[in-house]
Design a protein. Structure first.
Length: 307
């Protein structure tokens, strides 16, 4: 068991990692920001951690912090949007520690400030979808079969409030919205095999949520009426990522064994949950004895104030 130290300040309490001692956890995008806080929290809970990230220095720094505190970690450098890098994460985990018990995906990339469907290029779109959705897909595809074979496992992806469209952009919200759908689909598919799949929509202070460009983006969204005063103020003063890490830890531990198919929220002292998507009943008639709706009838159903 690793005790928190000056190198590992995670916010995780002594009982937060119940059932994680000697477990093997892979954190994709685990070298910076939220991913680093999550990797360190798992190490504090006694897990063996594989830290993946694109920058060698950041990966080495995170692994070094864990090791100096007496924890257990190795690093794998590379973009997890590449199948070979994800495969290497699994191979190194199995060689060094054994079969993987939990997969956490925190990798991602910001959309350029001011980006919209009116300005985004095809390559920028593809890069954003790869960073969020393709990375999650490749990681799940790589690790799910082993979990199914063993009859247990936890997958935790990273979503965002941006999936609702409230922060503007195009590729970023589309990628995060797809993450939510992937969670619902995989939870339904893998549940019978003992594998849980969830996502966290985090709110935290990272290198992507501070600085002049970020502040200008939030101010622009507020000026355009896309976010209100409360969201603006919260976005400009996020809490440290250590406040988010315990929810990732809970979902990967035995304590969260009954939770699957959820998109949960953690931001500072706030915890929340996105309700699963569902269509809302508006109208019905027997298609066997009635003709198709006319445009006028459809207009009546969707008229303002009727929903």
């Amino acid at each position: 068991m690793v005790a928190p130290s000056e190198h590992l300040s995670t916010g995780a309490g002594p009982d937060d990692g119940a059932g994680l001692t000697e477990r093997v956890v892979v954190v994709i995008g685990g070298s910076r920001g939220i991913g680093r806080a999550v990797a360190e929290a798992y190490a504090v809970a006694g897990a063996h951690v594989v830290v993946n990230g694109r920058a060698p220095e950041a990966v080495g720094d995170t692994v070094g912090a864990v090791l100096r505190a007496g924890g257990s970690a190795i690093g794998v450098v590379g973009s997890a949007s590449e199948p070979a890098v994800v495969a290497e994460c699994r191979r190194m985990a199995e060689v060094e520690f054994g079969a993987v018990d939990a997969l956490v995906v925190c990798a991602g990339a910001p959309e350029p400030p001011g980006s919209s469907i009116l300005t985004i290029g095809v390559e920028e779109w593809r890069e954003l979808i790869d960073a969020h959705l393709t990375t999650a897909f490749l990681a799940c595809r790589e690790f799910a079969p082993g979990m199914v074979e063993r009859g247990r496992g936890s997958i935790v992806l990273t979503s965002s409030h941006a999936a609702t469209g409230m922060y503007g952009g195009t590729g970023y919200p589309a990628g995060k919205g797809a993450i939510n759908s992937l969670v619902y689909a995989l939870a339904a598919e893998l549940g019978e095999h003992g594998v849980r799949v969830n996502a966290v929509a985090p709110g935290a202070r990272t290198r992507l949520s501070q600085g002049p460009d970020y502040e200008a983006q939030i101010a622009d969204l507020h000026a355009r009426g896309l976010i209100d005063d409360v969201v603006r103020d919260a976005s400009l003063s996020p809490s440290a990522p250590e406040y988010v890490a315990p929810l990732y830890l809970f979902l990967g531990s035995d304590a969260g064994s009954q939770v699957s198919g959820e998109v949960l929220v953690a931001a500072g002292g706030y915890l929340g949950r996105f309700a699963p998507p569902a269509d809302q009943f508006l109208a019905w008639r027997d298609a066997g004895s009635h003709p198709p709706y006319t445009r006028a009838e459809i207009a009546d159903v969707f008229a303002p104030g009727e929903r």
